[in-house]
Design a protein around this ligand. Structure first.
Ligand SMILES: NC(=O)c1ccc[n+]([C@@H]2O[C@H](COP(=O)([O-])OP(=O)(O)OC[C@H]3O[C@@H](n4cnc5c(N)ncnc54)[C@H](OP(=O)(O)O)[C@@H]3O)[C@@H](O)[C@H]2O)c1
Length: 318
């Protein structure tokens, strides 16, 4: 079969022949892959930098996707840490880590949206005691996950969604998605003051940035809190601006701040799986605006070059 194959870390996958997979363990089946998203998590899998990487090569990247099983059913699937990923004509899935989709689902939209939408959906459901009426700030809201976080927070009943990002040109689009206020993160004192004011009574921060922007945001927000006793839960989800962050210790003492992460490990596979059917149903229903671009799997090398900075999620289609 044809697949995107990583032969060495540091070079883009190439469209090559790869041995067809065979089911091994209980619950495993082979599916024809219809669509696989090129998420940031897939790039870190393919360059060996993700914390789950075993260093094993060659590998077919792709952590999730939509496939058709032997009975003709569409399934969204999440793969375990494996060298036979989703970016191939076929892959092996565990049916227990999959969701059967309605027959009229758009495989590209589902493959594009599940991973980025899951970040806020699972975080707000499994790591935060989020309640309807609470106020949410999203740091890094212009990316695919951030855009979906705006919509997920609104769906979950957030009374206010403050969307912050560095690209001023993309912020008006977030208002169209449901953000009640936008803040440009340009490093200026004015922006810091606006962020502090906007988040003075926020309940949850969904942070895709980490690095210096997260530390700067805390310096702006904590002194501006209307009530130091009000819980502020900092949901750490992504680190596009830096793997480490110089968080001021005073931020943890001066307000009721709690920093929690959400991702593979801090949320169990079982807990993630419990959230998938409802999320897949919302995506299939068209609840969320999804920005996807389908690219033939044969063009995987070009897709790898195009993906960074794209506000449309590339989806490889075998
Ligand atoms: N833990 C989880 O469950 C989970 C699940 C899915 C994703 N994630 C993580 O969430 C993060 C975002 O994913 P995504 O799908 O939204 O990626 P994406 O579509 O590539 O978006 C990344 C965004 O980050 C912004 N950005 C990059 N560097 C920045 C910086 N230095 N300062 C401010 N903004 C910066 C970009 O801003 P511009 O718009 O200005 O270019 C872009 O909008 C990634 O780290 C991903 O691995 C985590």
């Amino acid at each position: 079969m044809k697949a995107a194959v990583v032969a060495s870390f540091g070079t883009a996958p190439r469209y090559e022949d790869f041995p067809a997979p065979a089911p091994g363990g209980a619950g495993e089946i082979v599916v024809d892959v219809l669509a696989a998203g090129l998420h940031p998590r897939v790039r870190s899998q393919a360059d060996g930098s993700h914390y789950t990487s075993t260093g094993e090569l060659p590998l077919v990247p792709g952590i999730d996707g939509v496939g058709r099983d032997a009975d003709g059913r569409l399934r969204y699937f999440i793969l375990p840490d494996t060298t036979i990923g989703a970016m191939a004509e076929q892959t092996v899935i565990d049916t227990r880590r999959s969701v059967v989709l309605p027959g009229d689902s758009d495989p590209v939209a589902v493959a594009a949206a599940m991973n980025p939408a899951m970040s806020s959906w699972v975080g707000l459901r499994q790591r935060v005691a989020f309640e309807s009426g609470q106020k949410v700030l999203i740091l890094g809201a212009t990316g695919n996950a951030g855009q979906l976080a705006v919509q997920v927070a609104k769906l979950f009943g957030a009374s206010e969604v403050i969307a912050a990002g560095r690209d001023a040109g993309k912020l008006p689009g977030l208002t169209d998605l449901g953000a009640t206020e936008t803040v440009v993160l340009d490093g200026s004192p004015e922006a810091a003051a606006q962020l502090g004011h906007a988040a003075r009574d926020a309940d949850v921060v969904i942070d895709y940035l980490w690095g210096q922007p997260a530390a700067d945001a805390l310096r702006a927000i904590i002194p501006a809190r209307a009530d130091d006793g009000q819980q502020l839960t900092w949901l750490q989800i992504g680190s596009v601006a830096g793997l480490t962050s110089p968080i001021p210790s005073a931020a943890l003492r001066a307000a009721r701040l709690q920093i929690v992460g959400s991702g593979q490990g801090s949320v169990s596979p079982r807990a993630i799986l419990t959230e998938l059917p409802a999320l897949a149903a919302e995506i299939t229903r068209g609840t969320f605006q999804v920005n996807a671009r389908a690219v033939p799997l044969a063009d995987v090398e070009q897709a790898w070059a195009d993906a960074p900075g794209s506000s449309r999620r590339i989806v490889l289609v075998p």
